[in-house]
Ligand binder design. Structure first.
Ligand code: 4AD
Ligand code: MG
Length: 464
């Protein structure tokens, strides 16, 4: 009896000399004039294909050779043998073939290689079958596993914060509304919308961050993290912004900003290390085909301490850099991607954590410093991807928080439950958010964030 084996396992420790059963999709087929063919089979378990040798003694040979076009799905039963060819250890000599599904060579969009990433975005349902997107899927998976490993090994509790929410975490109003009201009918009637008639009896949205709910758990079960999809209705058409992205948000009671920065640093190092260790084949592919610096960049991050600078020091460095930037550099203004890249790619060539940002450009929940001008915020900036983490020590003082909400033009009544945490057993605490896709930009060297998430959503684009 032959046993089904995945391509990755066959290629690795292959039970040479035994009969195996492999199943997958044909990548290429080469016919020889001597009456046999080589078929490259891929089942997604690895970047590398398994070579299948089919000779004319296989029942139905002539018919099979016509059907085994790129993209067709097949089952092969045959002997796994040491391969005489260079570049592969083993190959399968087919004894029996079954074609599950054909793929018309005239129509199959991936029949030819070398499509642009722009074109592949239009066929997001098929692009995982390419080498690049298969590799991204496996690296993304490993990264998620590493994220859970890191927190689980430190005793953090994984909390599921809501996706539908009635509060705006960032207070920035960039939320997608969730409603079951018949908008077309209401528009016709031209009446004011009565949200008490809406599904939740009030205005609801998709979450921009699970932080506020995360804080409620941190103040109950201790160190915790939430990890899920996040939605932002900001009209940013850049290579680093998505309207739907995944964010990991740990929240820790009794942490100050320094503890928070240290955790962020340990966290990034640990997850990159696991991906480098577990995905060497895919990472080598990115280095060879996408960006030759990716391995060096990731290894550097894993083995060096991050630089820490206050926002004020960073502004000073940027002002004295002698660079001409498109956007102005001035104390009080937010840093743009070009400034972040100058610091991490040119000046320091390593990750930089900036802290103590001007309070006017940061969210209401960040702890106010005594200088009256800055808050205990921190951003982790890395080469290529720019800001991958945004976090802060939280404002734990009731009166200061309420005043800050008002200063930010928000109504404290809307945040009554969040304020309650400061009313009952308040503690110093801190946390941060890491953008999963930003880490993938860093790891893979892909230039556009739309290409590191399976189905990108951006302004004017939600195809599938
Ligand atoms: O800096 P942000 O907005 O911080 C928060 O949402 C906090 N509530 C996090 C916390 O303290 N718990 O977002 C955090 C990170 C950014 O550093 C970035 O990596 C990513 O989320 N991010 C995006 N990634 C892709 N597309 C977007 N539109 C993103 N906006 C933020
Ligand atoms: Mg931020």
């Amino acid at each position: 009896m032959s046993q089904r084996i995945k391509v990755a396992a066959a290629l690795k420790s292959g039970p040479v000399g035994t009969e195996v059963d492999v199943r997958g999709w044909v990548r290429t087929k080469r016919e020889s004039k001597q009456g046999f063919a080589f078929v490259e089979l891929n089942d997604g378990s690895s970047l590398a294909n398994l070579q299948v040798v089919v000779d004319q003694s296989v029942p139905g040979y002539a018919e099979f050779i016509k059907l085994l076009t790129t993209g067709s799905s097949v089952r092969v039963v045959g002997e796994l043998k040491t391969s005489p060819a260079k570049g592969q250890a083993v190959e399968v000599h087919a004894r029996e073939l079954t074609v599950y599904g054909t793929a018309d060579a005239e129509k199959y969009p991936l029949q030819k290689k070398g499509h642009s990433f722009e074109f592949l975005r239009e066929i997001a349902h098929l692009r995982p079958r390419t080498n690049t997107f298969g590799a991204i899927a496996r690296v993304r998976n490993e990264l998620c596993s590493a994220i859970h490993n890191f927190f689980q090994s430190r005793g953090f509790v994984y909390v599921h914060t809501p996706i539908i929410t009635t509060s705006d975490c960032e207070g920035a109003g960039q939320m997608f509304q969730v409603t079951t009201l018949d908008l077309a009918r209401l528009a016709q009637k031209q009446v004011e919308i009565d949200y008490s008639q809406d599904f939740f009896g009030k205005r609801a949205s998709l979450t921009v961050s699970g932080q506020l709910e995360g804080e409620t758990f941190a103040c109950a079960v201790g160190d915790c993290y939430t990890f899920g999809p996040t939605f932002r209705a900001e009209n940013s058409n850049t290579t680093r912004h998505l309207s739907e992205f995944w964010m990991v948000e740990p929240e820790m009671p009794f942490y100050d900003l320094n503890d928070n920065m240290q955790l962020a640093e340990d966290f990034i190092r640990s997850i990159l290390k696991q991906v480098l260790e577990k995905c060497p084949e895919d990472m080598k592919f990115f280095a060879e085909r996408i960006d030759k610096t990716v391995l060096e960049t990731a290894e550097n991050i894993v083995s060096h301490d991050f630089l820490r600078l206050s926002y004020t020091e960073a502004i000073d460095i940027l002002e004295k850099s002698g660079q001409t930037f498109e956007f102005p550099v001035k104390w009080g203004l937010d840093l743009q991607s070009e400034h972040e890249r100058y610091l991490t790619e040119q000046k320091f060539k390593q990750p930089v954590i900036l802290y103590d940002y001007p309070r006017a450009i940061k969210s209401f929940y960040m702890r106010c410093n005594d200088d009256g001008k800055t808050v205990r915020a921190m951003d982790v900036l890395v080469p290529r991807a720019g800001e991958i983490i945004g976090g802060s020590q939280r404002e734990e003082r009731l009166d200061v928080l309420v005043a800050r909400l008002q200063e930010c033009g928000l109504n404290p009544d809307d945040y009554w439950w969040y304020i309650d945490l400061r009313r009952y057993g308040t503690v110093p605490h801190a946390g941060f958010g890491l953008g999963l896709e930003r880490v993938l930009l860093l790891l893979t060297g892909m230039a556009n964030i739309r290409d590191v998430i399976p189905y990108p959503r951006t302004p004017k684009h939600a195809e599938f």
